[in-house]
Design a binder for this molecule. Structure first.
Ligand code: NOJ
Length: 546
């Protein structure tokens, strides 16, 4: 049974495709990309210094995790001034230089917007907490104690413990979905909305091409603050937040209005993209495109991170997601980010190459995570060097291993810093670095670069339709095959998720030529009716003679 063909969607302007549909996004965690001042933490000048690398790699846009002024309780996801650069990362002038240098290289720049909560150190919160009569009291979420004098309801923090902290000054509790240092803003208050829209405009006017909006599904909470229901399937190894289903603390219907409001602000500046961070099952995720596509342009699709790494499971996921998308909704795919274990750590080095080919050949905007292109894996972080507050609150849940520095060359600290890096590097950093891998035809970096280049050269890959291919059951358990189709060209992608060799029948559409294999040396080979796949091999087939 072949899945139906899902056709490309016209771009935002109604004709052609928008840059954020045909392009690829590369996430930079600024603390870990490139340090230029020797403090062991990356900075904006470091990003600018590496733009040539990103242009060489062949990505189209960078999304930079937060660099706003912040006490860094959650490494920048606790913002104390939405319109300022933290001195740790540089200055506004450094940012202006970064964006103009990026644009000169035709790279778009996407910022991380953190509207759900500010830092406890934000002047708005200082004013809000000062008294119950404060003009900004209602900018945050204050409630009286519950009947027993404890927290107002059973909502928990995503980082462990209750989500409510009692403030001695006024005897009320404030709500924080994350750390107590990250009080949630009250998006039901129009003054908050207006202030946050102004922050968006501040950066839009400086030329940013869009925003990735942090925990966008959290912005509105239940008006009645009802208790969340117990999760009967909770397992003790899970983070505490899973004790309850988050029914009332997030994913409320009113959030779509809030997102539409942000989207309207962006649209006034032209073709800017709004990406929403959303961890929800597919049927809920797709509602974030909004009624009439007034919601997020790209509700982040983390399903590849959450689905077991098996051919059948991934094939079923892709078909389910494609089928669930609303008319005109543009798909997207993500393999990793600063909150999730590295893909190479999760599936192993050999399958990380399959993952790269999958990410860059599925229909929809791919987001790459810095370092995945050199195969960074799990970097053990000794307890005395642990940084992530979540890991300190709930041991085992720390995110340090996926945030380690980028590795550039065979030099002290792999060229990341002249100082002491804030997190350790991999043990093989003298070999696993950009300089060592860039001229190696078999390296994962070369594979990423070739995939990105092929994607640019073939509209079938960037914006073409997608069709799943049926395989005999024994093969389907281990191999995932699909086609991408555009402008009269059909490409076929065949991915071996197993470490055995397989022979795959190519019953129609041939003969074919291998355009790219995860295993070097096969490109250009002609294939007639049977495709032999090496263990852990993926190939992209195209018409012969190109
Ligand atoms: C999601 C971010 O990706 C994560 O790093 C952060 O800790 C939380 N939001 C809280 O802002």
């Amino acid at each position: 049974m072949e899945a139906p063909i899902k056709a490309p969607t016209p771009g935002a302007g109604g004709c052609g495709t928008a840059w954020w549909q045909s392009g690829t996004v590369y996430q930079i965690y600024p603390r870990s990309f490139q340090d230029t001042d020797g403090d062991g933490v990356g900075d904006l000048r470091g990003i600018t210094a590496r733009l040539d690398y990103l242009a060489w790699l062949g990505v189209d846009a960078v999304w930079i995790s937060p660099f706003y002024r912040s006490p860094m309780a959650d490494f920048g996801y606790d913002v104390a001034d939405y319109c300022a650069v933290d001195p740790l990362f540089g200055t506004l002038a450094d940012f202006d230089a970064l964006i103009s240098e990026a644009h000169r290289r035709k790279l778009k720049v996407i910022l991380d917007f953190v509207p759900n909560h500010s830092s406890i150190a934000h002047p708005w919160f200082t004013e809000s907490r000062a008294s119950r009569m404060s003009a900004k009291r209602d900018w945050y979420i204050w409630r009286d104690p519950g009947p027993d004098g404890g927290p107002p309801n059973n909502w928990l923090s995503n980082f462990g413990g209750p989500a409510w902290t009692r403030d001695e000054a006024t005897g009320q509790y404030y709500y924080h979905a994350f750390l107590p240092e990250q009080p949630d803003l009250n998006w039901r208050n129009p003054e908050v909305r207006a202030a946050m829209h102004d922050a968006l405009r501040f950066w839009l006017a400086r030329g940013v091409d869009g925003f990735r909006v942090d925990v966008i599904w959290h912005l509105i909470k239940d008006e009645g603050f009802r208790d969340n229901p117990q999760n009967p399937d909770f397992q003790p190894h899970q983070a505490g937040i899973n004790r309850f289903h988050q029914v009332y603390s997030c994913d409320r219907p009113e959030v779509l209005d809030i997102i539409a409001g942000m989207r309207a602000v962006l649209r006034a500046y032209g073709e800017r993209v709004l990406i929403g961070e959303i961890y929800l099952p597919i049927e809920r995720l797709v509602t974030y495109y909004g009624p009439g596509l007034t919601g997020a342009d790209l509700p982040f699709n983390f399903q590849l991170i959450q689905t077991p790494w098996r051919a059948e499971a991934v094939a079923a996921l892709v078909a389910e997601y494609e089928a669930a998308l609303p008319e005109g909704g543009w798909p997207n795919w993500v393999l990793g980010n600063h909150d999730q274990p590295r893909i190479a750590a999760r599936v192993g080095e050999a399958q990380a190459r399959i993952a790269a080919m999958l990410l860059l050949t599925l229909r929809g905007t791919p987001t790459l995570y810095y370092g995945d292109e050199i195969g960074l894996g799990h970097v053990p972080v000794p307890p005395e060097r642990a940084q992530d507050p979540w890991g300190r609150n709930e041991p085992g849940h720390g995110r340090d291993p996926e945030r380690t520095p980028m590795q550039w060359e065979d030099a002290p600290n792999a060229g990341f810093t002249a100082g002491t890096p804030w997190l350790p590097l991999t043990g093989d950093a003298n070999r696993r670095n950009v300089d060592e891998l860039r001229d190696d035809s078999r390296s994962i970096l070369t594979l990423y670069r070739r995939l990105l280049s092929l994607r640019r050269d073939h509209s079938a890959l960037s914006v073409g339709a997608w069709r799943g291919l049926a395989l005999p059951p024994d093969l389907a358990a281990e191999v995932f095959a699909y086609e991408r189709i555009a402008d009269g060209e059909t490409l076929r992608i065949v991915l071996n998720f197993s470490n055995q060799e397989w022979s795959v029948p190519l019953d129609e559409g041939g003969p074919w030529q291998i355009l790219l294999s995860t295993h070097s040396g096969r490109a250009g080979d002609r294939v007639e009716r049977q495709l032999r796949l090496e263990p852990d091999e993926g190939v992209i087939l195209g018409p012969p003679g190109r």
